[in-house]
Ligand binder design. Sequence first.
Ligand code: NAP
Ligand code: SF4
Length: 714
Amino acid sequence: MTAFPHLFRPIDLGSVRLANRIVMGSMHTRLETLDRPLERVARFYVERAKGGAALIITGGFSPNAEGLMEPGAPLFDSREQLGEHRPITQAVHDAGGRIALQILHAGRYARVPDAVGPSTIASPINPNAPRRMSEADILRTIEDYATTAALAREAGYDGVEIMGSEGYLINEFTAPRTNDRADDWGGNLENRLRLPTAIMARVRERVGKDFLIIFRVSSIDLVEGGLTAEEIAAEARAVEAAGADVINQGIGWHEARIPTIAQKVPRAAWTFAARLLKDAVKISVIASNRINTPQLAEEVLARGDADLVSMARPMLADAEFANKAREGRADEINVCIACNQACLDLIFSKRVATCLVNPKAGREIEFDAPPPAKQKRVAVVGAGPAGLACAVTVAERGHRVTLYEADTRIGGQLNLARNVPGKEEFDETLRYYRTRIERLGIDLQLGRRPSAEALAAGGFDEIVIATGVTPRMPDIPGIDHANCTSYADILSGRRTAGRRVAVMGAGGIGFDVAEFLTSAPQDVAASQAYFRSEWGVDASIASRGGLNGGRQGHSVPSPLVGEGQGGGDGRTSAVGTPPTPIPSPQGGGEEQGGGEARQIVMLQRKSGRMGRGLGVSTGWVLRLLLAKRKVAQVTGVAYRWIDDAGLHIAVEGEERVVPADTIVICAGQEPAGSLHDELAARGVKVHLIGGAERAAELDAMRAIDQGTRLAYTF
Ligand code: NAP
Ligand code: SF4
């Protein structure tokens, strides 16, 4: 008996029977750009099929050249390409899986010179203005969708998904935002729904009855000029009537200024919109976005919000997600933490997707090393991300591992990160490692700092030093003043920030600290109601696009002595907090009661915009959030000294002071690798990984990848 009865109930979708309700959602990986692309893509999907996902939906393939996301992006418009697909469908079927091809015409998001759309209205995220499609263009495009679907059938796919959401071509026709046409393809709702309906009908006609067709409908557009709930329901009914077997839930256009899948989005935040689709149609509905555990998926299905659950990133994080859930091993699932760092951020920067918590994702063929000939005794010192990944992978390869950690718990820097709102998802990573350590029989020595002498005499075949980093304290007069503290003290709760805070350093951690100090407590921030209120999401979708404005911060005088109200030079903004003071994670009682708001100033020495190094897909969320909360940002700063008055700086040669009762130092880290040096000095062979090896640009992605790859050399 499974703990997830709704999740593991088989379902019939038209001609296709699925063994469970878990769908691996579409995600473009760019794997096709690497060497041995067919082998890589096939292996990537096969691992997920073997892992129990009932249906896999491929990344998007354009039905024609003008619908390409970018030059060279996946296109499926001719029989000559069948050979690029058959080995993949065959491999997935051999593994017992089902696979559908997604057809995606990018419309005005296409970064190709001849991009098209319903109108010439350009997208704010694409410099190319589209060409307005003629009636002949529209009719040809409908036929192109049908041709790609027919080719998919010939290539052995079990079905297709027609991408009708996220602001791509079909969505552009449905929404007044982008459709200003006065002909049969624009204007009233019936005309705006003509394209999705016609594509659906023609595809069904070409592929016949016994072929799965999923239509992805935008369940909430999150842009001005988007659809209302009534119109969305009408679209779902229209594509159902035209022959769709299943409706998949799309959420938000890519140009929306509301996050839809980032860590800041609470889990299952959009199932209210899946419910809207479910109530509109009789066919099955798939819920999507920020559903990352089997428990959550089960709840969504049990509530009746949807019939199936789509998980794209969670399948990168753990190919065996479904099998582990079914077999009562849910505590062994490596859960997607919604960081986007190794998947979407890499894709958006034209690199190939993998996963922060699972570096083997998309790199399966690189981890095919045979089992080691001899079992080794391995010591790993440091149970942060690098050490944990290394220790667990070494043990999985059959070696005996002793893992030392100076703290009384595993996690290292993850224990700090997990306190930032949204980043509590790291708790899942820590739970995963704790379970793996226990099941693999790793000898975990907490509260232990082994000496070089003890390690050298310990009889280990391999010694790995993963002792991490220490926060950098810059050499500034007064840095030891009582009002100075490190980010580690603030994030761990060892120190409480006062009312006037200067954040020195604006890398990822400086932003995290500013977010931490201005946010509601994690449990409040993680609630769907709080998220909707902060970002202005109208859950009734009575308004176009489901927008209602959201909370806005208010301006208060700039904290920089010597400056006028509101800065004025474009680099310094006024400081404040949201109009309704929100409870602080630092527990300031006055704030909760509506007392003086906390003022925060972030500073960095570099000039130019702050936060350039933040993730492509998530940095804008953080920047927007801090701007809403009126956090001041000052760049091009020279630090002078610190005293009772606060932080003395010079900006463009002008001396200023940032009054501050707390100065949080977020100035990067230094490697803590002295144990390595001591062992090396004794002539002991030793490996150095993670922040202890190189603190600059350290992040969990590099640490986990490095630890995992080192383990494969033993
Ligand atoms: P970081 O990104 O290297 O930023 C360090 C900051 O300190 C910079 O703003 C730098 O700016 C300043 N700084 C450096 N040396 C200084 C000195 N001697 N005196 C004063 N200021 C100094 O490091 P981090 O913020 O500690 O983050 C560590 C790693 O974790 C990074 O790789 C980061 O990307 C990652 N991380 C990412 C995120 C995220 O993407 N959301 C969140 C957390 C951590 P100036 O030199 O211009 O002053
Ligand atoms: Fe999830 Fe992050 Fe992995 Fe992407 S990189 S799949 S968001 S854990």
